[in-house]
Design a protein around this ligand. Sequence first.
Ligand code: NAP
Length: 321
Amino acid sequence: MHAVRIPRHGGPEVLEPVDLPDPEPGEGQVLVELAAVGVNFIDTYFREGIYPAPLPLVPGLEGAGTVRAVGPGVTTVAPGDRVAWTNVLGSYATLVVAPAAELVVVPDTIDLETATAVSLQGMTAHYLVHDTHPVAAGEDVLVHAAAGGMGLLLCQMLRAKGARIIATTSSEEKDALAREAGAHETLRYGDDLAERVRALTDGGGVAVVYDGVGASTFDASLASLRVRGVLALYGAASGPVPPVDPQRLNSAGSVYLTRPSLAWHVRTPSELAARAGAVFSAVAAGDLSVRIGGRYPLDAAADAQRDLQSRRTTGKLLLLP
Ligand SMILES: NC(=O)c1ccc[n+]([C@@H]2O[C@H](COP(=O)([O-])OP(=O)(O)OC[C@H]3O[C@@H](n4cnc5c(N)ncnc54)[C@H](OP(=O)(O)O)[C@@H]3O)[C@@H](O)[C@H]2O)c1
């Protein structure tokens, strides 16, 4: 099989194309031929060593493809089935062996590129909007990096719930995409961001901030919340947030801070199936659209990660094996 590997921690340049022996599925495992690989910010955290894992490592957690073989004991999928996943390390490859429990069957109405593009970020946006803070109609919300892969999906789901969406982006082109996805107001980042958010909310602040940017937005996010609002710090595109004194949450108005991740929101096969089903159904019904902002050959994974980290991209990036 062909893959892209991390031999040592470093910048995008360390990603190297390699040929490796074809893997075989063991007990409870499934061999899948990939149609598309999802590029996610978390892949860069593995490459940089922020998330420790033994090297050399084939990165990538997300993809979709066709089942080629199943190991002993697998009853949930069969050769020929079209499947997607969000938590199988080693997905930057033409073939991957996945635990059967990690796979969801892709409905016939959804092509495999779309399934890849919407799986990890779609289910993340779903738990953030329904579970981290169950958004109510009419609530003011703040979404950072609203034209990114996560941001565009969040805006659409928040709009469907009737929220009033204030969005941040870094350019006019990104503003336009955020508005198309449902944002009501768009703002640039900056020192006075929280004041501008308050000006748009009659001084009250927002019920929830969805912050996947991290270090550079954290202070403004906290200062933008209404009393007892929720800061959902779900990522660190600009770098990790330094340690926080809990007293700051009191001063900000007894606000709540959470650092959620998808793995804790798809913990059982039934929860995974329900969340994936909700996202796929929304796509099939035309209620959720996913913007594929870039397609790269598998061997150009370094270019994809470089583009993602340098804020040049919008929507979701895919690698095509
Ligand atoms: N916790 C979870 O369950 C979960 C799941 C999926 C993703 N995530 C997180 O969600 C975040 C977004 O992921 P994504 O894949 O959808 O990426 P993305 O939003 O498409 O790209 C990141 C965006 O962040 C903004 N940004 C602001 N400052 C930045 C900086 N210094 N460096 C790079 N980007 C910066 C940029 O938008 P502007 O140019 O408009 O500022 C950039 O386009 C990441 O932090 C990721 O780890 C978390």
